[in-house]
Ligand binder design. Structure first.
Ligand code: 13P
Ligand code: SF4
Length: 324
């Protein structure tokens, strides 16, 4: 995780950001860091943030599970969530007394858009008694209608930890299919998908293997099945980063949103990162300028209706209990 810095680290800039550009960011980064102190705020950043945010102003960073845990445990009064809306809502759900800000309200997610709470009632009627396991990439209302949440880091653990024969898993059909391929629990799927990860193909990965000697390929479980069967490792965004830190491959393709490779390449310049550049348009709504504006104006505050928040919190807390 990048430490909070009051100055951009010029030594670490070259592979992703030209040094001159990095230096030009300095006044903005310095002002953000000043405002963080004034507001008693922290910036929690998802691994897909661009390097200027990830390395310049993030106090803590991680995957969805880590961000939820960090949001629950912070003592800061204000959380600026540099990520998408469901992540900011989750931060508010787990820590309702804090002010949670998201720099751009348009930072959505195709998975969260794919399902509404009413759809869950329908699924429950079709599969009576089956618990609903909901990926955190969903709205607070959908979480509130669920039995338990999961993230890409703990989905299998949660599905197996419930001790039942059958679960309803939503909304990502690829993550659900990947879980189903590794367990005897019957997994009922929903037809949602991530617009970034579903664009990768198995053929793309086979082409990388053929053209690049000794390349390692690691993938996020939101990718289609034929991509995951080609991968050397499948894991959450933080799981993928940890894999690269531990395995130190000579060259690697991280099959996920491409800012993550930029961030890890700054930390591990000796590794060659091959970058199929699929960007998440929602994550890319968050900018350094937006974070500055958010702290200046204390906007946009994320509000979750208390009754929805209480039920959503129960689903998130059950996830925390089941994932060690
Ligand atoms: P992670 O929880 O693995 O970081 O995934 C979040 C996400 O949105 C991936 O597209
Ligand atoms: Fe949603 Fe996909 Fe973007 Fe992640 S990468 S926020 S799952 S659209």
């Amino acid at each position: 995780m990048p430490p909070a810095t009051s100055m951009p680290d010029l030594e670490r800039s070259p592979s992703a950001i030209p040094a001159a550009e990095w230096a030009a960011l300095e006044p903005t980064i310095a002002e953000i860091n000043r405002l963080k102190t004034e507001r008693d705020a922290i910036v929690l950043a998802h691994n897909y943030m661009t390097p200027d945010i990830f390395h310049g102003v993030a106090d803590l960073s991680g995957d969805s599970l880590a961000l939820a845990r960090l949001a629950a445990s912070t003592e800061a009064s204000v959380i600026v969530l540099a990520g998408v809306h469901f992540m900011a809502e989750t931060a508010k759900i787990v820590n309702p007394d804090k002010t949670v800000l998201i720099p751009d309200l348009r930072a959505g997610c195709s998975l969260a858009e794919s399902i509404a709470a009413a759809d869950i009632q329908q699924l429950r009627r079709q599969h009576p008694g089956a618990p609903v396991v909901t990926y955190v990439n969903t709205s607070a209302a959908v979480k509130a209608a669920s039995d338990v949440c999961c993230t890409s880091a703990n989905a299998l653990q949660i599905v197996e930890g419930l001790g039942v024969d059958k679960v309803i898993f939503l909304p990502d059909r690829y993550l659900g299919a990947w879980v189903a391929s590794q367990t005897d629990v019957e997994v009922v799927l929903w037809d949602g998908a991530c617009e970034v990860h579903e664009r990768f193909t198995g053929q793309q990965l086979r082409d990388y293997r053929q053209g690049l000697d000794g390349v390692s390929i690691i993938a996020h479980p939101e990718c289609p099945e034929d991509v995951l069967t080609e991968a050397d490792f499948v894991g959450s965004t933080s799981g993928m980063i940890d894999w690269v830190r531990e395995e130190r491959p000579e060259r690697v393709v991280m099959v996920t949103e491409c800012s993550m490779s930029d961030n890890v390449a700054l930390e591990l310049p000796e590794i060659e990162f091959i970058r199929p550049c699929n960007l998440c348009p929602h994550m890319k709504r968050i900018s350094l300028e937006g974070i500055l504006e958010s702290l200046r104006t204390m906007s946009h505050e994320v509000i979750v209706e208390p009754e929805i928040a209480a039920r959503a919190r129960a689903a998130v807390e059950r996830m925390m209990e089941l994932s060690v």
